[in-house]
Design a protein around this ligand. Structure first.
Ligand SMILES: CC(C)(COP(=O)(O)OP(=O)(O)OC[C@H]1O[C@@H](n2cnc3c(N)ncnc32)[C@H](O)[C@@H]1OP(=O)(O)O)[C@@H](O)C(=O)NCCC(=O)NCCS
Length: 181
């Protein structure tokens, strides 16, 4: 467990426990709303339970780390998640290597505790975990509209390696129709 002190907030980083999961599901819901820009709303019970199961599956799994930042007064104020993804080389001519990537997901810091270095501290834990699992590459996704995520990841050396594009089916249909000879 790492102990950190920031100028305005004291916090401790530790692995998540079963009792933290309901708060972490709330963070996931806030993250989804943040990314979509939708107004505050509640998760359906089924989705709430599904997310609880997903998070629970990471507890005690050696290939996954769910880490939280805890403030003595406010409780859990941030989370970060990484799992190791194993892939086999696909080329006959290449050596039979297993590649290990670290997939980072679900990073959230409560708004009133932002800009205190909590994200950096969480990332240090994820990187420590990645190194201990011989992971040499970290991969993540964020929405193009998520400016703070873009800024924070770029400062840590992440570069865009792909683009996920979306369009309404009707838009594509119209474009195809208008481009027909
Ligand atoms: C992105 C987020 C995790 C950053 O958390 P944080 O604890 O405030 O970040 P830190 O204080 O550790 O700052 C880390 C670095 O990112 C930069 N940063 C953080 N928020 C920023 C913002 N809104 N705009 C520009 N840079 C920002 C900081 O300047 C800092 O760099 P520095 O040390 O060189 O000054 C937090 O804003 C958040 O939870 N956002 C909503 C959820 C989200 O977008 N998660 C990522 C989705 S993939």
């Amino acid at each position: 467990m790492a102990r950190k002190k920031a100028s305005k907030a004291a916090f401790v980083l530790r692995e998540a426990r079963e009792g933290d999961l309901p708060v972490l599901v709330k963070f996931l819901a806030k993250l989804a709303l943040h990314v979509s820009g939708a107004p505050p709303q509640n998760l359906k019970k089924n989705e709430h339970n599904r997310l609880l199961d997903v998070l629970r599956s990471s507890l005690g799994d050696d290939n996954k780390l769910l880490t939280v930042a805890e403030n003595p007064d406010a409780g859990i104020i941030g989370m970060g998640y990484i799992y190791v993804w194993h892939s086999q080389g696909i080329w006959e001519q290449a050596e039979a290597l297993v590649y290990r990537s670290g997939i980072i997901d679900d990073v959230w810091v409560e708004p009133e505790f932002r800009n205190l270095g909590i994200f950096r501290a969480l990332l240090q834990e994820l990187v420590r975990f990645a190194e201990s699992h011989n992971v040499h590459e970290l991969i993540l996704e964020y929405a193009e509209s998520n400016k703070e995520a873009k800024a924070a990841w770029a400062k840590l050396g992440f570069k865009t390696t792909g683009i996920r594009a979306a369009a309404f089916t009707s838009t594509v249909k119209e474009a195809l129709a208008s481009q027909q000879l």
